[in-house]
Design a binder for this molecule. Structure first.
Ligand code: ZN
Length: 442
């Protein structure tokens, strides 16, 4: 007798990411209780299972959902507000003043909803966030069904969210405790950067992260000027400071890392620390180039993030992984480095590992959560298909994502969002645009 299960997805190709480079043809992915039950040839699946829902994806690749390893989701509301500026002028003259004036729980709710709509439509099933009012981000993510790692933010200065370090940490710890009952929501400490969070604060966060066994998500070595200023003020490079404070460990997810000396790459590798590479943000702000091929060769786990939409200006991971592949080759001066399968792994399994979720998501393996996306390659832009993985990295556009599942729940069905009112989301976004634009002119 065939075994009754929830869902069978019959795909032209399945790219499980683990093992790297594997492409299964005419296979079926079986889902039960939100988890991947099996991957097997379609003829075998037809005999072994009977499903409540069975879907034929005849022109599609089924692959793990993309993992956005670094973003500030609600900054979508500031998309395009200030462009064509270097990092510090952009931050100090435009973004920080706008945030001081506008960021509150309502801003975070509406911005996060817009971000999740964009990310789901582009094949992202998990995002690693750093922003104020993370409890609001968590609520919106839960309501939409997407997986998220919510950053417990910390800064040296007061904001609308918290007055001082004690309050940042107390709120963060309360949120961490509250999310223990939410299987799709995870937490990481998110001290903004070594130049905005003091050494004693970082030391305290390092101890708390070890106690709770959660990651530390932080901007590190984003620009040469930032590193030079830190050296002038403290007599050492930021990464060295983090090491002195006990933060250089497998829990550290260092974002950007455009300034790295060979010995630092070696130290990252030895420590088992992770890097979140944000190529388009680094290019747009002219921050520098992360040496991804050298990090990868040294065994450092490199994941990919979009950064916030104010500095990118989108949350398009398909675009980002193509940029990561091309830029990585250009920076290395070697077309053979960072092959397509490796870059796809960066945007999936490496991201999961960086968030401490490597056994839960990031690849299509039995027992893992059914976090997956279907991509229609039967479009003129991606025909003919010789190598599906090359097609995904070098030719696919995010609009070719037709379906998205998180923990087996179909959140995008034939391009339609199932848990989120898109018209209402866009309407609220336009209301914010009117308010913020009028404020800028006042
Ligand atoms: Zn960032």
């Amino acid at each position: 007798m065939p075994q009754p299960i929830a869902t069978l997805l019959n795909a032209r190709w399945i790219v499980p990411v683990e093992p790297e480079g594997q492409v299964l043809e005419h296979h079926t992915l079986a889902i039960q209780n939100g988890r991947i039950l099996a991957l097997l040839p379609q003829a075998e699946a037809a005999v072994r299972y009977t499903a409540e829902i069975s879907l034929n994806l005849d022109r599609h690749v089924l692959m793990p959902g993309l993992i956005n390893a670094h973003t500030h989701a609600s900054m979508t509301l500031l998309r395009g507000l200030a462009d064509d500026l270097p990092l510090m002028a952009w931050l100090q003259d435009h973004i920080w003043p706008a945030e001081t004036r506008w960021v509150d729980p309502e801003f975070v709710r509406d911005g996060t909803r817009l971000a999740i709509a964009e990310m789901l439509r582009g094949g992202t099933t998990c995002f690693n966030d750093m922003y104020f009012f993370p409890e609001v981000t968590a609520t919106v993510a839960r309501d939409c069904g997407i997986r998220a790692c919510v950053g417990l933010i910390a800064l040296d200065f007061p904001t609308a969210y918290a007055r001082n370090l004690d309050e940042y940490l107390a709120k963060g710890l309360a949120l961490h405790a509250a999310l223990q009952a939410e299987p799709r929501l995870h937490t990481a400490f998110a001290p903004h950067a070594p130049y905005t969070v003091s050494a004693p604060a970082l030391e305290r966060i390092g101890r708390l992260a070890a106690d709770l066994a959660i990651p530390i998500h932080m901007h590190v070595h984003e620009t040469a000027a930032e590193v030079a200023q830190f050296v002038a003020a403290h007599g050492c490079r930021p990464l060295e400071r983090l090491e002195q404070l006990g933060l250089l460990s497998p829990r550290l997810l260092a974002v950007h890392m455009t300034q790295l000396e060979p010995a630092e790459i070696e130290r990252l590798s030895q420590a088992g620390a992770h890097v979140a590479h944000c190529p388009e943000s680094n290019l747009k702000l002219a921050s520098g180039f992360c040496p991804t091929a050298r990090l990868d060769a040294a065994g450092v786990n490199v994941a990919i993030g979009t950064d916030g939409a104010a500095s990118n200006n989108d949350l398009d991971l398909f675009g980002e992984l193509r940029t990561a592949a091309l830029l990585g080759k250009g920076v290395a001066g070697d077309a053979c480095v960072l092959p397509a399968a490796r870059v796809l792994r960066m945007a999936t399994l490496n991201g999961a590992r960086a968030l401490g979720l490597g056994t839960e998501t990031g690849s299509l393996e039995p027992g893992k959560a059914a976090d997956l996306v279907a991509v229609d390659l039967g479009q003129p832009e991606t025909e003919p298909v010789y190598h599906p993985i090359s097609q995904l990295v070098y030719a696919t556009c995010r609009h070719q994502v037709t379906d998205v599942w998180v923990a087996g729940q179909r959140l995008l069905a034939d391009r339609r969002l199932t848990t989120l009112d898109l018209d209402e989301t866009v309407r609220r976004t336009r209301d914010w645009r009117e308010k913020i634009h009028a404020g800028c002119r006042a």
